[in-house]
Design a protein around this ligand. Structure first.
Ligand SMILES: [Zn+2]
Length: 271
């Protein structure tokens, strides 16, 4: 198995989305050493590419052109490692947020990954294709619901579905990490004694998510469940010494999780 982190660019988000309502003194002590601005965060977007036997597997489709000018670089990044969209055999989604899903269609609303079987957790699919989701998700994310439903409808005939614990593809196990979205899934990839977790957004940043995993995050649709999931995952990754590839973590997103004080820290491997 070969795993490569390919960049889709980065997001530009208001710091308030992450930092409002948190204990401000402790927040400063976490952010200042890491040089993180409170006003604005610019998380990178790391898409996981996996080659195994005759399969070329992509985890998430990136943002495409329609979400943010700073994102949508995936096709160029794939090209740089010699992979064309047609080469992808399986497109496996962690969840249905714009920076993970909207890249499935091009500017003409045609599928980008024409030869790929598209795969999503059944719970996540049911949520975004439920016509009532736009009414329950809240004003801030209403456009996410509309955008996801339209794109999923366009690729419905390419879709297959999985549940928690399923072997999605040989050596790749679905691991339910609900909270960031109702059906968010991470993937445990195993080859011999090597293990890697394609984490998606279950551990969504390298600062407060590691230092204070128990703090509710405004980035999670269910902040309380997101915090429980994050704590469980960080414990597992540090105990079992599993490498993490996080979608929004720095330096390509690959690294290990170490205990630090009462929390954790991310030690990037700098791929
Ligand atoms: Zn994301």
């Amino acid at each position: 198995m070969e795993v490569i982190s390919v960049s889709d660019g980065n997001l530009v988000l208001p710091g308030a989305m992450f930092f409002d309502g948190l204990p401000q003194d402790e927040l400063d002590s976490i952010l200042t050493p890491l040089n993180i601005s409170r006003a604005q965060v610019e998380p990178p977007c790391n898409v996981t590419l996996l080659r195994h036997e005759d399969r070329v597997v992509l985890f998430d489709a990136g943002s495409g052109d329609g979400f943010m000018p700073s994102a949508g670089a995936l096709i160029d990044s794939l090209d740089a490692v010699g992979v064309a969209p047609d080469d992808i055999t399986h497109l496996v989604f962690t969840h249905g947020h714009p920076d993970h899903l909207w890249g499935v269609l091009d500017d003409f609303d045609d599928p980008v990954f024409t030869n790929a079987e598209h795969m999503m957790g059944q719970t996540e699919w049911d949520y975004w294709t439920n016509p009532n989701t736009v009414n329950t998700i809240g004003d801030v994310r209403a456009s996410f619901a509309v955008g996801a439903a339209r794109r999923l409808e366009a690729v419905e005939d390419r879709m297959s579905f999985f549940s928690d614990g399923d072997e999605v593809l040989p050596g790749i196990m679905a691991h339910a990490t609900f909270g960031h979205t109702p059906g968010h899934t991470s993937f445990e990839v195993r080859s011999g004694t090597d293990a890697l977790l394609v984490g998606g957004d279950a551990i969504g940043n390298h600062h407060i998510a590691f230092a204070r995993p128990d703090w509710a995050s405004g980035a999670d649709q269910d902040p309380d469940l997101g915090a429980v999931t994050r704590a469980r995952l960080l414990d597992k990754l540090s105990q079992e010494k599993i490498t993490l590839l996080g979608f929004h973590l720095p330096d390509g997103g690959v690294g290990r999780v170490e205990r630090k004080d009462s929390g954790y820290r991310f030690v990037s491997e700098n791929m």
